[in-house]
Design a protein around this ligand. Structure first.
Ligand SMILES: Nc1ncnc2c1ncn2[C@@H]1O[C@H](COP(=O)(O)OP(=O)(O)O)[C@@H](O)[C@H]1O
Ligand SMILES: Nc1ccn([C@H]2C[C@H](O)[C@@H](COP(=O)(O)OP(=O)(O)O)O2)c(=O)n1
Length: 314
């Protein structure tokens, strides 16, 4: 028995350190406050490295949608009912690196941010889980310890399924190298709780005003896109952005307030609060371009995988 274990240990060690690079999957955890750029950055990094991607916040958003649809408004007194609903539901994250919906633009420059679709019980809820009623309630849902435990097991299973495989590659000298595949996951507690042994932890931050302006820009272009679509279909479903009433069209200050309220709840909750992991690399992207933040994270990962850096010029 002992001999078998020793042989297995020798084999595993040899395999792990063959060609100087560990074969195990590589996990990148990206945490940070709301609208700091986690999801767009994580998706572009995953595309750049050929990794899978998991949006952990979308599972809390799905749980919130389940609560809203079942008429649950008081989370603390109905947590068990919601946990039951989460356990009976299926969530799937479709990361679509080849999607054409997310072509490079003014913000992302030359980079593509691949599309991601969220399926709750096979229904595409990607747009619905980003609506204001979900935004307002999600931090409350995410503050309950029992709900977090239910969501956490969904997140870990999805991350495992999304991991890409290790591949054999040749390095500059022509030697065969085993390059780990992996997954990028973004959220609030990925580096501290979900994957405390992640190979690379990033804490992404930006000033509250920069984050609010980015969200406002995002909302504004979405509304314009909807209005153009409605006009071309000649339906009266959506009024052009300019005709919307102020209540439908939040100001930058409203968005900043909502982000700060959510950050406060995420930082001060009892269970897995938003914290900077001690071994995280902190990146404040207030005055960084999108390309700079994506390329620097991808190169940090390459460094740690023993691969050549690609973007020292950016
Ligand atoms: N460095 C940057 N400069 C300008 N806009 C950015 C930058 N990084 C991200 N963004 C934009 O900020 C917005 C919020 O990013 P997102 O990835 O949704 O944040 P989070 O996942 O943290 O909520 C998006 O519109 C994104 O394109
Ligand atoms: N790993 C995570 C991910 C999200 N959450 C909570 C905290 C957030 O307020 C909500 C929604 O997260 P999401 O990443 O979708 O939010 P933003 O895109 O940053 O606005 O879920 C969490 O507690 N832990």
């Amino acid at each position: 028995m002992l001999r078998t274990q020793a042989a297995l240990f020798r084999w595993t060690t040899r395999r792990l350190f063959a060609h100087g690079t560990p074969v195990r999957n590589f996990t990148i955890a990206i945490d940070g406050p709301a609208a700091s750029g986690k999801s767009s950055t994580a998706r572009a990094v995953a595309l750049e490295l050929g990794f899978g991607y998991i949006d952990s916040g979308s599972i809390y958003r799905c749980a919130t949608l389940l609560a809203l649809r079942s008429g649950i408004t008081d989370i603390s007194s109905h947590a068990n009912q919601l946990i039951d609903l989460i356990n009976k539901s299926s969530v799937d994250i479709k990361f679509q690196p080849s999607s054409s919906r997310s072509a490079p633009n003014l913000i992302t420059g030359r980079l593509t941010v691949p599309d991601v679709r969220i399926l709750l019980n096979d229904e595409d809820v990607s747009d619905e889980i980003r609506k204001p009623d979900v935004n307002r309630m999600v931090a409350k849902v995410a503050s309950d310890g029992g709900i977090r435990a239910a969501v956490m097991s969904v997140q870990r299973a999805l991350a495992k399924a999304a991991e890409t495989r290790s591949t054999e590659m040749r390095d500059k000298k022509g030697a065969v190298k085993s390059v780990p595949g992996g997954v990028v996951m973004d959220g609030r507690d990925i580096g501290t709780t979900i994957f405390p042994n992640a190979e690379l932890k990033i804490y992404l931050d930006a000033s509250a005003m920069a984050r609010a302006i980015r969200r406002w820009d995002e909302m504004n272009s979405k509304l314009k896109e909807e209005a153009t679509k409605a006009k071309s279909l000649d339906t009266s479903d959506a009024a052009p952005a300019a005709e919307r009433t102020p209540t439908e069209y939040p100001s930058v200050e409203d968005i900043a307030r909502e982000l700060e309220e959510r950050d406060y709840a995420d930082i001060n909750r009892q269970h897995s609060p938003l914290r900077i992991a001690t071994d995280a690399v902190v990146i404040d992207n207030t005055s960084m371009t999108f390309e700079q933040q994506v390329y620097s994270i991808a190169d940090l990962a390459r460094d740690r995988m023993g691969l050549e850096r690609k973007h020292d010029d950016v």
